[in-house]
Design a protein around this ligand. Structure first.
Ligand code: GLY
Length: 329
């Protein structure tokens, strides 16, 4: 108990260190202009439509962006037809489904969980880690133990679910491990929301790359790779082959481009270009980014065609095709 209090105090002490924010044009503008199109939520891929509906139920009632993104991506985690988010996702090559998620808000508060098994909502665990511990990230057995001690329970159904187990057994026949563009590895959900009070938050959750090496963790739970929010600038999230985002601190790089004045579209384009430059010869690797600034301007960019995102605002509820660099197929 005293150790816990010590760690808590340590966390508070660090949080209390005054770090002077860099003042940028974007920051000044965001604070001086009324947000004309808030609340607003965007999220990756078609499953984002339902996830956005979950987030919208919080945003339209004046709720916080942080609660909205948690509720929104949890919808996708519960979707038993989804093969790359939640416990209906594809397993690693040893047959275990392992989940990664993170959440972050405009005040740089964040929580993350990785390599988590048998708990339905990793995003709720990530949020609880953020709210209840002095840490940012817990992984694996320790994360599960902590979650069970803090009100979460293991699911009472078999994981992988039967259809997924059958696919896995078919996959075992050849055991081919590919990281190309296909439905198995690029439909993580990443979500960014701006609420009616101008607060931003983001969330990202995935079962990771299908048939990955046991223990592999991608970008989705890594703050700065799969998700990053800075309340002075905006936020970004990513989908696709996570190793590329980790190598370039992708989501953080997008936010830093916006800090220097790039629009969300331009900032996503910059990082996609950088990834291609740093990863020559990765033919077929799909990576997509979404970004939003504090004015509620948003955009997206991917390596290949096919990446789209769901948008919900007061007057829009639709899919938007992201811009892309290359054509596949
Ligand atoms: N972007 C999800 C992953 O690579 O695990």
């Amino acid at each position: 108990m005293s150790r816990r209090r010590f760690l808590k105090n340590l966390g508070l002490a660090s949080a209390g260190l005054a770090i002077k924010p860099i003042t940028t044009a974007a920051q000044t503008t965001a604070k001086s202009l009324p947000l004309k199109d808030s609340p607003l939520v965007i999220s990756t891929w078609i499953h984002g439509m339902e996830a956005n509906a979950g987030a919208w139920s919080v945003l339209e009632n004046g709720g916080a962006a942080l609660d909205a993104v948690q509720k929104g991506v949890a919808v996708t985690e519960s979707d038993i037809t989804n093969r790359s988010v939640g416990l209906a996702g594809r397993p690693d090559r040893d047959g275990h489904v392992t989940l990664d998620a993170c959440i972050m808000d405009h005040d740089s508060r964040c929580g993350s969980v990785a390599f988590l098994e048998d708990i339905q909502h990793p995003i709720d665990v990530a949020r609880a880690i953020m709210d209840k511990t002095p840490h940012v990230m817990l992984v694996g057995e320790g994360a599960q133990k902590w979650a069970l001690e803090n009100g979460f329970s293991k699911v009472d159904f078999e994981v992988p679910i039967p259809e997924v187990q059958k696919d896995y057994e078919n996959w075992l026949i050849k055991s081919e491990y590919k990281t190309g563009v296909n439905v198995e590895n690029h439909d993580t959900i990443g979500m960014l929301a701006l609420d009616a009070s101008g607060r931003m938050a983001g969330a990202c959750t995935t079962s990771g790359m299908a048939y990955k090496i046991r223990g592999r963790v991608g970008d989705s739970p890594i703050i700065g790779a799969g998700l990053f929010i800075d309340g002075d600038v905006g936020g970004a999230t990513a989908t696709g082959v996570g190793e590329a985002m980790i190598r370039t601190a992708g989501a953080s790089a997008v936010v830093e481009s916006m800090r220097r004045g790039a629009s969300p579209d331009e900032a996503c384009y910059d990082i996609v270009q950088r990834i291609l430059k740093k990863h020559p010869g990765v033919e077929g690797m799909q990576v997509g980014f979404l970004a939003m600034n504090m004015k509620g301007e948003y955009g997206g960019y991917s390596v290949y065609n096919g990446f789209n995102y769901a948008l919900r605002s007061n007057d829009r509820n639709e899919m938007v095709d992201a811009k892309y660099m290359r054509t596949w197929g």
